[in-house]
Design a protein around this ligand. Sequence first.
Ligand code: FNR
Length: 350
Amino acid sequence: MSAHRKDDHVRLAHSQHTAAGEGRDAGPPRRPSQFDEVRFVHHALAGTDREKVSLETGFAGMRWRRPLYINAMTGGSPRTGEINRDLAIAAHETGLPIATGSMSPYLKDPSTAPTFTPVRRENPGGFVLANINTDATPDQACRAVELLEADALQIHLNTVQETVMPEGDRSFGHWAGAIEKIVAAVGVPVIVKEVGFGLSGRTVRELASLGVHAADVAGSGGTDFARIENGRRDRPDYAYLEGWGLSTPAALLDARDAGLPLLASGGIRDPLDVARSLALGARAAGASGPFLTTLLDGGVEALVEQITTWLDHLAALMTLLGAHSPGELADCDVQLTGELRAFCLDRGLA
Ligand code: FNR
């Protein structure tokens, strides 16, 4: 049942990112996004020299060679084990940190371990994040980290997804307490993330009080798990929840002063969205659906090429913007427009 669910997620996410008839002859469509409402103010003399630009980033005691990562997706079935293997090969070849999908299947059935372990086996020395939900006990959280020799642990929050899932949880009140216990038990930094509906400033402040080390806002605008779970129902009863949540730029702005280092994911389309995320204060940006789509359509080689291009273009954008490090992008002038600007005014954000 669970393995079948993981295969469904891959299939439905892939179809979301390759919807036919959306404008281009080849490759996934470049959808409109609230990221388009974040504009760099162009300063024609701001540029620096490419060799002075470093992509290295850091937060919560961690150093990442790249400010870009392959975010949590999968594991638990034979097919998703192959996907984890291929994602890990791409991570290894490009130096990107990589997260596995939720390790609940492994915690329920240890025989699924080989569908997760390629993330470490194919990527020795790389930065690996294990991923669990709030149902995991502190002991299970430690087992997930141990299996992958993970450098950090992600805990995902997914109330909207659970609500739309026919077999989903309906009890969320214990989640904060569960997070606090897991943070106290594991010996690695803990990053709490959404799955595409965004973390608000209020949520991130609460996470900070629980001892969490960083927050991945994982906002809306990319893979939509309400749509995926509706696609798995006989009747799409919760169609009105599609599009729910804070967009990634809105979440970054809302949580900017909430007391935790932020990561940006959800709807990152290209290197410019990575640069925009870093300009809004994120320490790194992650993608799931777009990388999965490239892998399924073109194989590992295509994914390595895409990531290499993104890193190259990100360095080029930093060069023209005069940012010597990802952190310096936060000093660039940006202009907010449209609904994003209205959101900031409404929320009293500077
Ligand atoms: C996900 N995502 C996810 N997140 C998580 O924390 N645990 C998980 O097991 C999964 N599973 C999963 C499967 C598939 C097929 C996809 C595409 C995504 C959510 C993911 O990490 C991310 O937060 C969202 O997909 C938004 O990012 P993108 O896809 O818009 O880049």
